[in-house]
Design a protein around this ligand. Structure first.
Ligand code: C2O
Ligand code: CU
Length: 583
């Protein structure tokens, strides 16, 4: 098939030739890139015709930040400088490794000079933003130490909280873990009219988990086991701080949650049982506020929460917790952890696992995230608007493929987490991954194993169709997945490895139209299902074991290569990632 990136051709061939000769003396990452046929492109330069409203200098560099008492922690982090544009474009989070919050307005033209001051390649992706393919931070655009990539794009997204983070193939997880991430807020007029809490009353809350050694240095060394489940810390950091507390007035706040963890999934709930009022998700405001007993937040997802402390007397304390749930790890792992797999509270469940010995904070257990302390009483508070925004809901009448959804098949085994039966490879676009520009597509995410029973004919039909589409290109991995015993794989072994995956799609945001779960997974699903926010615009969706999610996604504005992948970053680096080619 045709190379979607023509200008890469020459250098790609050149590099491949050199690569073969010099492989032995090259650092591991170079060899990895060569093996995946990843080109080395000339970094994009500023175009004189582009007249930016905002111009920023952004750098990824090594540094040292005081996180725990005592010795400072070596990190990798983003720093930024505003070259031109509104003064409030950049906001630093105090003594924090996270990059500054970048605040942009819909319609602004933005130029970002991104310099790599690390000692390894990187590239930055604007998670949630819809920008031209060249500006999307695809791993093919990685730059070497000392190089600068110039991004130029117009903000076409609606008001929303997004993320900027690295996206180099096979080292994204480590770079994010060591601190490379930041929040990117878009504002627009529709949102401004609502006069939502702002300034000190709008609080970004970035949730992450980390492991530190005795010298306060970050530990990251995923074993095979960690790669399969994702890498979990034993300590929660909120905006880069341990034991986070916020002092508030007795009024309404806007809490803007972002899960910046590599793998950890949270079940957010107030300690006193107050319902959680959600006003927005990944792609911005909902049509109207919705309340939940708790809300799920998977890596890469965002939540806009209305937190009203009106009427709470000075001295009130409240804790945001992650509440107990089950089913997101492979059943085999849950059994090994001695919790019986279903509905357990998770107390000390990992204790018996040597390889997870450091994991004092099991995913799905009950633990505090941060504390709220009311320190000032006030009688004045904004009221929660009953209408927030206008969302045109897509229906099956709008899609180009009502009876033939674009498949995103999840297959799981200890050795490989795959999408559509294939591990990531550059320029490996399959026929069903080519999508005509300016179409609206029905898509379906499903498990090829672990959801066999109870999915009925649709499940089997989908599987059959996916395999049919793949025709003669059967990969080994696919054969492994299918060959592990047919029914046995689906009903038995396969289920043992089935787990939750936050699936993220680059490009336009999508709408979720249905979620169904296999009956044999209903018990654990019941511990999360009332906290899944499925309305509004999304770019990342938590897909539980045995779950099938249907969504409708427009493919507008830009041709080119846009990724889809698991946002469990260890899975992503393992190759649970693919490209769509919009053409
Ligand atoms: Cu947040 Cu492709 O990533
Ligand atoms: Cu995954």
């Amino acid at each position: 098939m045709q190379d979607p990136v023509d200008r890469s051709r020459r250098r790609f061939i050149f590099q491949t030739g050199v690569g073969l000769l010099a492989a032995a003396s090259m650092p591991a990452w170079v060899r990895a890139m060569e093996m995946h046929g990843m080109p080395k492109l000339t970094p994009n330069r500023a175009s004189p015709a582009f007249k930016p409203d905002v111009e920023i200098e952004l750098a990824a560099r090594q540094g040292s930040i005081s996180i725990l008492p005592g010795q400072a922690t070596r990190v990798q982090h983003y720093t930024a400088k505003l070259l031109s544009g509104p003064k409030d474009t950049l906001t630093e989070l105090p003594s924090c490794y996270l990059g500054p919050i970048i605040r942009l307005q819909k319609g602004q033209k933005v130029r970002i000079h991104f310099r790599n001051d690390l000692m390894e390649p990187t590239i930055t992706h604007w998670h949630g933003l819809h920008v031209p393919a060249l500006m999307d931070g695809h791993p093919m655009y990685i730059i070497d130490p000392g190089e600068t990539f110039v991004y130029e794009f117009e903000v076409i997204n609606r008001a929303s909280l997004n993320i900027y983070h690295p996206h180099p193939h096979e080292i994204t997880a480590r770079q994010v873990y060591y601190g490379l991430a930041g929040g990117l807020i878009i504002n627009d007029e529709e949102e401004a009219r609502l006069e939502l809490p702002s300034g000190e009353y709008e609080i970004p809350i970035v949730l992450q988990d980390r492991r530190f050694n005795a010298q306060n240095q970050l530990i990251y060394g995923p074993h095979m086991h960690d790669r399969m489940m994702g890498f979990y810390g034993d300590r929660i950091l909120v905006n880069g701080q341990p034991n986070a507390e916020f002092e508030v007035a007795s009024r309404a706040y806007r809490f803007r949650f972002l899960n910046g963890s590599n793998a950890r999934i949270y079940k957010l709930g107030w300690s006193d049982g107050t319902p959680v009022t959600v006003i927005g998700v990944d792609g911005g405001l909902l049509e109207s506020p919705e309340t939940f007993p708790y809300v799920m937040l998977a890596p890469g997802e965002r939540l806009d929460v209305w937190a009203d402390f009106s009427g709470r007397p000075k001295g009130t304390e409240l804790t945001m917790r992650s509440l107990p749930f089950s089913g997101v790890l492979p059943m085999m792992a849950e059994h090994m952890m001695g919790r019986g797999g279903r509905g357990g509270m998770g107390g000390g469940m990992m204790g018996g696992m040597g390889m997870m010995g450091a994991m004092a904070l099991p995913v799905g257990s009950d633990y505090p995230l941060f504390k709220i302390r009311v320190t000032r009483e006030t009688g004045e508070s904004p009221k929660l608007p009953s209408r927030l925004s206008k969302i045109d809901r897509y229906t099956l009448d709008d899609v180009a493929n009502p009876s033939k959804p674009v498949p995103i098949a999840i297959s799981e085994s200890p050795m490989a987490m795959l999408l559509n039966g294939r591990s990531y490879a550059f320029n490996d676009i399959q026929p069903f991954e080519r999508i005509p520009l300016d179409t609206v597509q029905l898509m379906e995410i499903f498990h090829t194993s672990g959801g066999g029973h109870g999915m009925g004919g649709m499940g089997h039909g989908m599987r059959g169709r996916m395999m049919g589409m793949m025709g003669g290109h059967g990969s080994e991995a696919q054969e492994e997945g299918q060959g592990m015993g047919g029914m046995g794989m689906r009903g038995g072994m396969g289920m043992m490895f089935s787990m939750a995956h936050p699936i993220h799609l680059h490009g336009d945001q999508f709408q979720i139209i249905s979620r169904t779960v296999a009956v044999d997974r209903a018990d654990s699903y019941a511990t999360v299902k009332d906290g899944l926010v499925s309305s509004g615009w999304k770019d990342t969706v938590l897909v539980m074991p045995g779950e099938t999610v249907r969504m409708i996604k427009p493919f507008h504005h830009f041709k080119g290569v846009f990724m889809y992948h698991c946002h469990n970053l260890e899975h992503e680096d393992m190759g649970m990632m693919r490209d769509f080619l919009i053409e």
